[in-house]
Structures are given as structure tokens and as C-alpha cells.
Design a protein around this ligand. Structure first.
Ligand code: OOB
Length: 531
């Protein structure tokens, strides 16, 4: 296994193989098997209507894989990939798997302050971007900054107009060795709680299980037409079941450039989409939009909602507004996925966040001392299993805190388990804000705020919000005159902080409330802002 990654202990690995969760195949079989079994069926549809069959996508991925090899990329090397929902993302993803090159999947919203540390941590040899986004943001500018800051980044590949960089490389397909299924296939980004990014290594066999089992529990089949409305680089849209799950079932993937009702409804009608996955604020938007939009959504059978808590009240309105079934998904890039089942009673679909995907998922609900709580009580969710990481990449010290000695991942989520095994998410003890599914590590934002000359101390907390679930409030202790919210957000943008991490509100205090042991009491701050 790649240096800096933590393998599963052999005893558990043997169990996961024996019980059939790990099949000894590489992730790439999703495409090769699809091409062999139903090569003529449509695999991928772009927003502009361009389409590729499974066989065509397979051939495209092979040409790109050969191109990556001829561009000098070697197995095990890392490449940071930052692409919107374009067909190149999908073809390139499989090309990386074939070439044994490891993609590090960044989000389109990320900017210099996220991408530079990611490239450093992964020692990326290349960076893949689009030319510009719909709002005119130029990723090639970002690439120039990144290349200057991180010398390991030898090459930049651009989807679209490459300027001084290179277009995606293609070459005549060459035979390539197939990777070891226990090797790392890709890196996902953790939502994070600390000042520096954390990378999640996902192996071929664990991610293959993740995609296939999710597809099965979500009822995906060759008739599934899945709308990728969230960023394709996010675990939910990628493999839970996401686009990989749709492909595993022999279905069709439809790419939406953004999750707005305008874009999504048009695609649902045009492509007869059957399943879509969204975060709660998008679900709310779509439900409202049905009142004034008249696209035909009758093909939609299932709306998957996850990434943040979907409250029971809106959850109960999904069927009457969108005319489809609801599936709640409580997942994490680190691994564990919980789904409400398609044959669960409505009560469970509406009021719980689902139960674990795999019979071998081990879930503990523990108190502050780490002892299991009484059945039905709430506590922190700890988990280990066949697709849950055993350690972040190159993060020994952090791993010592994030895992128990016997390898359970401390999720930082507070849950309550029902006798059926369904979990209700009740809160969180991790120092993170969940802004409508987008995760903001508090410490990271506080460090950026502390760099402002007028900021003496900073503490960031979530404040309740009807649509987003939470928004971000930055409490500051200042030197001299307090900056305004506008000034602070302009300062953060200038530092290259992603827009979704910018605070929504600023509160200036003379000093911060402290806990008994003298730490800043975020609980007191959160209470204060919640009113
Ligand atoms: C998904 O993955 P991440 O890595 O962006 O975020 C994981 C965290 C969880 O630990 C939890 O705090 C929160 O997001 N979360 C939810 C939730 N789903 C995720 N909190 C309450 N209710 C839910 N349904 O967000 C993710 C990955 C795969 C599938 C779905 C979501």
C-alpha cells in the first residue's frame, strides 16, 4: 500500500474478503464490465445533450489513460483534479484508474488557499482544471499561482482553452497493468475540522463495494437515469451511489452543471431522469419551484437527500410536491454510509437518516468517556467497516485522535440509534460548520481571520438557518476599529478562501466566554447567536 496510508488489519481484511465485500477487482471494472455487457447503451449525457455509450466511454478512457502515460505520469503519482460536472471528469476518472495515477478530487469552489495545501500534502505532479466557469472565473489564473507555489506540480492540463498549458492528453490505447485491488485508487477530501486539509485514501476494492452496494440498496438498474446535480467530486454524487453506482448498474449518468431548479428540471424532463441526489437546501428549492415551474417531472422516482440533516417537516412533503419517493442518506467521505431503505415505512424515511449500508459496518454510540450509551440514548457515532478508512493520508498525529486504538473512526456526529438500527442525527461535537451540506472546518477559517491586522482573536460557530440548516458566524475580538463583514469577506477572498467558507455574519466582543478549563466556549457563543 502507498506510503502514508493505513491498511486494514489482516484479520478484518480476510473477513471482508471471505464475506464477499471485497471481490479482488479494481474499480475500473465498473466501466469494462459495462462496456462488455451493454456497450451500446448510453452511459453518459452532458448538459448540452452530447452522449456516449458505455463502449464509447470505455474507448475514450483508454485513449486518455495512454495519454497520461505518454505525458510522463507514473503509477502511484498524485494529480489534483478540479473539474465541474463535465463529461471529461468521468472519462478522466477512469483513465486515472487505468494508468494507476491517483486523482485527488477537489471541488470547483476551491481556491488558492485550499488547492495549494492540497497539492503540497499530496505532492501532486499535475493539476487538472477547466478553463473558466460559468461566472467567468479563470482557473488558469489559479493554476499559475499553484504552479508557482508548489514546484512538484510539473504539468497543468486544461479542459477547454488551455492558454500556455496543455489540453487533456490522448494517445492510441496501450496495454496497462491492472492495479492491486488493495491499493489506493483515489483520494477524497475530508470535510475537516482542523487548519489543514485531510486526505482520505479510498482503495479499489473498498470504493467498488461502496458504489455497488449503494446502487443495490437504492434500487439502481439498467433503467436508472441518474442526475449528477451536486459536484461530481463529492462522495455522495460520485459513489454513494452516484455516477459510479449508476454505471455499475448499467444505467445512464446525466450531468447537470449546477443544482438550480431551472437547470435540473429541464434535464429531468429532457432525459427522463429517474433519480437525483441533493443536499437539503436544494431539496427545499426544488419543492418550492414545483409551484411555479411546469416541466414534466413524472419520470423522477427517487430523490436522495443527504450531506446535512433533512428535517421531518420538509421530508414529509417530498412525495406531494415532487411526486417521488424520498431516500435519506447520511454519509461521509471517510466511509460509512447510511440509507433509509426503499421498503421502509414512511415514518422511518421521514424521521431517520437511514441505517448502515453493510452488514459488516460496526457502529458504536458512545458517551464522553468513550463508553457505549444505553440503547436509544444519543452519543458520538464511532464506526469501522469494509469501506471506512483506517487513517488519513500522512496524518499520524491527527489519526491518533481521530481513531480509537482498535481502529474505529470518530465521526464527531451525535446520533441516536433506533432498535431497527436506523440512526437519527442529532448534532455534532466536531468543530465544523455544516452550511447546507458544505463543510467548513472552524479552525481553518479562524486561522484566516487571525491573519487580519485588526483581529486579535476569532471563533467561528454555526447559527441556525431555516434553509441552510446552519450559516457561519465569526466572533471577533479586535484591535482598534472593528472591520465590517464586507471588509472581512473581501480580505478572505483576497487570501483565496472558497466562497462557501466566508462568514455570513460578524459579531464583535470584548472577550470570549470561557469554559471551566479556560478554553473558548463555542457552546456559549453558539447559544448566544441562536438567540
Ligand atoms: C457527505 O460527506 P461529507 O464527507 O461531505 O460530510 C460528512 C458529514 C457527516 O459526518 C455528517 O456530519 C454530515 O456530513 N452529514 C449529515 C448527513 N449526511 C452527512 N448530517 C445529517 N444528516 C445527513 N443525512 O456529506 C455525504 C457523503 C456520502 C453520502 C451522503 C453525504
Amino acid at each position: 500500500m502507498l506510503h502514508g496510508c493505513v491498511p486494514w488489519p489482516e484479520e478484518l481484511a480476510a473477513k471482508y474478503r471471505a464475506e464477499g465485500y471485497w471481490t479482488g477487482q479494481s474499480l475500473d471494472v465498473l466501466l469494462t464490465e459495462g462496456a462488455a455487457a451493454h456497450g451500446d447503451r448510453v452511459a453518459l449525457v452532458a448538459a448540452d445533450g452530447a452522449r456516449w455509450t458505455h463502449a464509447e466511454l470505455d474507448a475514450w478512457a483508454s485513449r486518455l489513460a495512454a495519454g497520461l502515460v505518454s505525458a510522463g505520469l507514473r503509477p502511484g503519482e498524485r494529480v489534483v483534479v478540479q473539474l465541474p460536472n463535465v463529461p471529461e471528469f468521468v472519462a478522466l476518472f477512469f483513465a486515472f484508474l487505468r494508468a494507476g495515477v491517483l486523482p485527488v478530487l477537489a471541488l470547483p469552489a476551491h481556491r488558492e488557499s485550499e488547492i495549494v495545501p492540497l497539492c503540497e500534502l499530496s505532492e501532486a505532479v499535475a493539476y487538472v482544471v477547466a478553463d473558466t466557469d460559468d461566472a467567468g472565473y479563470d482557473y488558469r489564473e489559479l493554476a499559475r499561482t499553484v504552479q508557482k507555489a508548489v514546484p512538484s506540480v510539473r504539468q497543468v492540463f486544461v479542459v477547454g482553452e488551455p492558454a500556455e498549458f496543455q489540453p487533456l492528453p490522448t494517445a492510441a490505447p496501450v496495454p496497462l497493468p491492472s492495479p492491486d485491488p488493495s491499493d489506493v485508487a483515489l483520494f477524497l477530501l475530508s470535510g475537516g475540522t482542523t487548519g489543514t486539509p485531510k486526505l482520505i485514501p479510498r482503495t479499489h476494492q473498498d470504493y467498488l463495494y461502496n458504489a455497488r452496494a449503494s446502487a443495490s440498496v437504492s434500487g439502481f438498474s439498467a433503467d436508472t437515469r441518474y442526475l449528477v446535480a451536486l459536484p461530481a467530486a463529492h462522495n455522495f454524487a460520485l459513489a454513494s451511489p452516484g455516477l459510479l453506482g449508476a454505471m455499475a448498474a448499467g444505467g445512464t449518468v446525466v450531468l447537470a452543471p449546477d443544482p438550480s431548479a431551472d437547470t435540473a428540471f429541464e434535464l429531468i424532463e429532457r432525459e427522463r431522469v429517474t433519480v437525483a441526489a441533493v443536499v437539503p437546501p436544494v431539496a427545499l428549492l426544488w419543492m418550492d419551484a414545483t409551484e411555479f415551474m411546469d416541466e414534466d417531472l413524472s419520470s423522477l422516482q427517487l430523490l436522495q437527500v443527504g450531506g446535512a440533516k433533512f428535517n421531518a417537516e420538509p421530508a414529509s412533503r417530498v412525495r406531494s410536491t415532487l411526486g417521488c419517493d424520498l431516500q435519506q442518506v447520511f454519509g461521509m467521505a471517510e466511509g460509512l454510509l447510511n440509507f433509509t431503505r426503499l421498503d421502509d415505512p414512511d415514518e422511518l424515511k421521514i424521521t431517520t437518516q437511514g441505517r448502515p449500508l453493510c452488514p459488516a459496518d460496526e457502529v458504536l454510540v458512545v458517551d464522553e468517556e468513550g463508553d457505549p450509551v444505553a440503547p436509544g440514548e444519543s452519543g458520538e457515532l464511532l464506526t469501522r467497516g469494509p469501506y471506512t478508512l483506517r487513517g488519513y493520508y500522512r496524518a499520524e498525529q491527527h489519526n491518533a485522535r481521530s481513531f480509537t486504538p482498535d481502529g474505529f473512526y470518530r465521526s464527531g456526529d451525535v446520533v441516536r440509534a433506533l432498535p431497527s438500527g436506523h440512526l437519527v442525527v442529532e448534532g455534532r461535537i466536531k468543530d465544523q460548520i455544516n452550511r447546507g451540506g458544505e463543510k467548513i472546518p472552524a479552525e481553518e477559517l479562524e486561522n484566516h481571520l487571525l491573519a487580519h491586522p485588526a483581529v486579535h482573536d476569532a471563533a467561528v460557530v454555526g447559527m441556525p438557518d431555516e434553509v441552510m440548516g446552519e450559516r457561519t458566524c465569526a466572533f471577533l475580538v479586535v484591535r482598534g476599529e472593528a472591520p465590517t463583514l464586507r471588509e472581512v469577506t473581501a480580505f478572505l477572498r483576497e487570501r483565496g478562501v472558497a466562497a462557501y467558507k466566508l462568514p455570513d455574519r460578524l459579531e464583535v466582543l470584548d472577550s470570549f466566554p470561557l469554559t471551566k478549563v479556560g478554553k473558548v466556549s463555542k457552546a456559549a457563543l453558539a447559544k448566544r447567536i441562536a438567540g
